[in-house]
Ligand binder design. Structure first.
Ligand code: NDP
Length: 326
């Protein structure tokens, strides 16, 4: 099979498309012929070696995959079933989706939602499913459109783009924070009512600022997350899922103890199966397929290395879907 393989040895850290013997696939009870995978932020870190994502070498990256079961020792799946996988350490600890085939544990797989093709599911990918987890958390903590505006940071990226579309569909007034003014029209087409320059949020700010946000979807971390908390309204909710600006969180407890702000952490990788199924079911019902096409850029396996570099430089708009057959 063709696979993107990451190696690390005396010659350094490198990623290249290679022909790999399928006998080298890791242990698992289901084998999947992969149709599409994706490049998430984490994949870009893994492929370029710019972050400590890969914990075993050689590694096939790709935290997402969609494809068809070819062999199964599990009663839950049979050959021909269409499936998707997001996370569970795939592409980090266990060979992932950027290859012709993957062998995985059946409990990591979920059926491809009927509303989506394999390609559409991968346009959504971990980034889009994480956006849905953020929206679910806002709702769970009582944020409704009547409460006020919702801020989305890292807006033109994968999580941000899908979050805007989902929130606007639910009737929220969405304010998008982006460093790319040239993407303002794209962000408005997705459903943003207003676009802010991200520099407003990315510099050190006061512990408590003017109350504005009823809810926040933050994919950026660092000062942006601290400022988002500091400008969240009384009783509001901030969902933290990313670290595109940084992993630090230079904040005070003031918003939490004086305004009752809730900071909700979002993890997609080990999210329990029931919640995943719920998230994908909501995505199938609420995401406009036309907007998905607007968000998507398709690439080949060979292009994955160059595009990973672009993504980490903040130059990729929306979501990258990888046709692993070319
Ligand atoms: P993308 O690269 O697609 O988007 C990130 C966006 O963040 C960029 O498009 C850019 O948006 C903004 N950004 C980039 N650099 C900076 C910076 N230095 N300062 C401020 N903003 C910046 O990544 P994803 O959307 O796939 O992922 C976003 C984050 O969420 C990542 O950190 C990722 O690791 C994390 N993540 C976490 C998950 C979880 O389970 N918790 C799951 C999925 C993702 P713009 O140009 O509009 O400003």
């Amino acid at each position: 099979m063709r696979a993107l393989l990451i190696e690390k040895d005396d010659q350094g850290y490198r990623a290249a498309v290679q022909n790999v013997d399928e006998a080298n696939l890791p242990a698992g009870d289901v084998t999947v012929e992969v149709a599409y995978s994706t490049i998430n932020y984490k994949d870009a870190l893994a492929i370029t070696g710019k972050g400590p994502v890969v914990r075993q070498f050689p590694m096939v990256p790709g935290i997402d995959l969609a494809g068809r079961v070819t062999q199964s020792d599990s009663p839950d799946f049979k050959p021909g079933d269409e499936v998707i996988l997001n996370g569970f350490g795939v592409g980090e600890l266990h060979w992932g989706g950027l290859a012709g085939k993957a062998r995985v544990k059946s409990e990591w797989l979920i059926p491809l939602p009927k509303a989506f093709s394999a390609r559409q599911a991968m346009v959504i990918g971990t980034a889009g499913y994480t956006a849905m987890l953020c929206v679910m958390a806002l709702e769970q903590h009582g944020v409704t459109p009547e409460r006020g505006e919702v801020l989305v940071t890292g807006a033109a990226g994968g999580v941000g783009s899908v979050a805007i579309a989902l929130l606007a569909k639910r009737g929220f007034t969405v304010v998008a924070s982006s460093g790319r003014s040239e993407e303002a029209e794209y962000l408005r087409t997705l459903g943003a009512a207003e676009v802010l320059d991200r520099s407003i949020l990315s510099e050190p700010g006061k512990p408590l600022q003017k109350e504005r946000w009823a809810g926040v979807v933050d994919a950026v971390g660092s000062h942006t997350l601290a400022n988002a908390c500091a400008s969240t309204r009384y009783g509001g909710v901030v969902t933290a899922c990313g670290l595109a600006q940084g992993m630090d969180f230079p904040a005070t407890v003031a918003p939490f103890i004086l305004r009752g702000v809730t900071l909700a952490g979002i993890d997609s990788v080990y999210c329990p199966r029931e919640k995943r199924l719920q998230a994908w079911d909501l995505l199938a019902r609420e995401l406009d397929p036309k907007l998905l096409e607007l968000v998507a850029r398709e690439i080949s396996l060979e292009e994955a290395m160059a595009v990973s570099g672009e993504l980490l430089q903040g130059k990729v708009r929306g979501r990258i879907v990888v046709d692993v057959t070319r």
